[in-house]
Write a protein that binds this ligand. Structure first.
Ligand code: ZN
Length: 240
């Protein structure tokens, strides 16, 4: 059996318009022949990220001509039903806090399983055999559907269920937020990190507000804190 060269494959990137998925998109554009993007509208409070997606895609294409040629269609799926079957701080007007089970109440149970399964169905139809997602075990909130073993199991289930190989790539799985900034600097230099700072969205509360060194956001929700901490660690590491 001949080994399939990664550079000839088509990938579908789960792209939310945040820092992590933008890093994944750049990673995929560097690696694969063709790259499409998929986003999900599930009534999230930080809906602003759906608008940021278009800006980020346009800026990537404008500033990186070598990637523009590979960047294909964008798809947005309406997953309003996710708001119906979950009652969490991401979709309802509730404060973000830790629950008794140690998970933040932003946790939508099994969300990534659903996203990846919908993405796989679309990828199959679009002739893509790679799904790329920004799931991360390292310094995230311990979401069980972000764990590497969960995704390995899903990769097997999807490949069997579609009767076609479906590779799940998670380039951020074992790296820290600071290392994500280092990765994007390696992929697209200071220009890519500047693009990420200015145009991506991470804040859970959907605030754009002030432009901090690390990007826009309220500055005090868990997502903003994580992003700010990662950025300052990256800058400190570069300075040494
Ligand atoms: Zn915030």
């Amino acid at each position: 059996m001949t080994k399939v060269d990664a550079s000839s494959r088509k990938a579908l990137v789960l792209f939310s318009g945040g820092q992590d998925s933008t890093a994944c998109l750049a990673w995929a554009l560097e690696r694969y022949a063709e790259v499409e993007t998929i986003g999900f509208d599930y009534g999230q409070r930080h809906r602003i990220e759906l608008e940021c997606r278009q800006t980020v895609r346009a800026e990537l294409a404008r500033q990186f001509p070598q990637w523009a040629a590979k960047l294909g269609e964008d798809h947005v799926l309406d997953l309003a039903l996710l708001g119906q079957i979950s009652d969490t701080a991401l979709t309802a007007e509730r404060a973000i806090e830790m629950q008794a089970n140690g998970l933040p109440n932003t946790f939508v149970p099994g969300r990534n399983l659903l996203f990846l399964t919908f993405a796989a169905t679309l990828a199959y139809r679009r002739g893509a055999s790679v799904l790329v997602g920004g799931m991360c075990e390292t310094d995230y909130s311990g979401y069980p559907d972000c764990r590497d073993n969960t995704l390995k199991a899903l990769q097997v289930a999807l490949s069997l269920g579609l009767d076609a190989p479906m590779t799940l790539e998670t380039p951020l799985m074992f790296i820290t937020k600071a290392q994500t900034w280092a990765m994007t600097e390696q992929l697209g230099g200071a220009a890519l990190n500047a693009l990420i700072v200015e145009h991506t969205h991470t804040c859970y509360l959907g605030e754009r507000g002030t432009l901090h060194a690390w990007g826009h956001g309220c500055g005090h929700c868990p997502a903003c804190e994580l992003r700010a901490k990662g950025y300052s660690e990256f800058i400190a590491a570069v300075a040494h």
